[in-house]
Write a protein that binds this ligand. Structure first.
Ligand SMILES: *Cc1c(COP(=O)(O)O)cnc(C)c1O
Length: 338
């Protein structure tokens, strides 16, 4: 038995997705003529309470497009010190948008509004002007933590008061919505742009959707082309996205329950450390005494795949291909090693 907990991106498309992909009605999306893409974009705009949306190949491109649209070269962008944009996008904002990334401390994915406020800079003959604030929800490197709505509201008021735009990297926003039993608009009402990933817990083979105002999406469409992301009969991929939106959101509650079960079992194993309060959705970080890569290898020998993230930190993520038996198997393997 192989239990692959490395990421929620390892899933294969569901049979319903394969069928929808095979049967998708398509057209040339560069001409805006792919009806399936158009339907997905409308559906996601509605889900996120935004005027308009754009289908994008990856979450990374989605974030980079948003940053490029909201800034000019030489601007400063504020983001938390653990965010995906800073750690995993190859310094894209510096390379693609020519902006300076500035870090704000974070605790479980939450930035203190005062820490943000004191870093906002007014453009003058010496300083770059701060143009954009980025938030991440749920927060990947902080453990799949949910952005508190009150905090987001404060951040958005602060951003607005200082003329900054607010972008949400919502790669796993739907996990937050499911966990809190609230619509995604609970968060997105406070942002200028938001992206969700279809290829994480929602199980699609490819795809993210970027959403915002009509004018923002008009600009984003141009930048997507600039970044080489203009696609043709891409309804074959958008079709899987529509299946995901209709059938894969609510079921993520099961992923969260299984992550909890695994986390509680690990908390009872003396050889590991885990912050149970940070386990709010489908991601777990486990602190190991030996180097994480050694534990990763030992677990692999038992058929349990995990990801060594830092020197002594392992990541595990539940998803729709992990069932109860998989969790039991992982618990048994974890208790034998470490
Ligand atoms: C996965 C992820 C992305 C986008 O990743 P891609 O691999 O480019 O789709 C962006 N932000 C967060 C928080 C993520 O977890």
């Amino acid at each position: 038995m192989i239990v692959d907990l490395r990421s929620d991106t390892v899933t294969k498309p569901t049979p319903a997705m394969r069928k929808a992909m095979a049967e998708a009605e398509v057209g040339d999306d560069v001409f805006g003529e792919d009806p399936t893409v158009n339907r997905l974009q409308e559906r996601v705009a509605e889900l996120l309470g935004q005027e308009s949306a754009l289908f994008v190949p990856t979450g990374t491109m989605s974030n980079e497009i948003a940053i490029k649209v909201w800034t000019k070269p030489g601007d400063a962008v504020l983001m938390d010190e653990e965010c995906h944009i800073l750690h995993y996008e190859l310094a894209g904002p510096a390379v693609l948008a020519g902006v300076q990334m500035e870090q704000v401390p974070t605790h479980r994915g939450v930035m203190n509004v005062e820490e943000v406020r004191k870093r906002i800079r007014i453009e003058d003959d010496h300083c770059p002007g701060t143009a954009l604030l980025c938030v991440e929800n749920t927060h990947n490197r902080c453990g799949g933590t949910i952005l508190p709505i009150e905090n987001l509201k404060e951040l958005s008021e602060c951003a607005r008061a200082h003329g900054l735009r607010l972008h949400m990297d919502g790669a796993r926003l739907m996990n937050a919505a499911v966990a809190m039993r609230k619509p995604a608009t609970t968060w997105t009402q406070y942002v200028d742009s938001v992206t969700i990933c279809l290829s994480k817990g929602l199980g699609c083979p490819v795809g993210s959707v970027l959403a915002g105002s009509q004018e923002f999406i008009h600009q984003a469409h141009r930048v997507r082309k600039l970044f080489g992301g203009g696609m043709r009969q891409v309804g074959v991929l958008a079709a899987a996205g529509l299946v995901a939106i209709e059938t894969m959101i609510d079921r993520m509650a099961e992923d969260h329950q299984r992550a909890q079960k695994l986390a509680v079992a690990i908390a009872n194993m003396p050889q590991y450390g885990i912050d149970l309060e940070a386990v709010q959705t489908n991601i777990l970080y486990v602190h190991t005494k030996p180097p994480a890569l050694e534990v990763e290898q030992a677990l692999k020998a038992h058929g349990v795949l995990t990801l060594g993230i830092d020197s002594h930190r392992l990541r595990m993520i539940t998803h729709y291909e992990i069932n109860d038996a998989g969790i039991e198997h992982a618990i048994a393997a974890l208790s034998k090693v470490g």
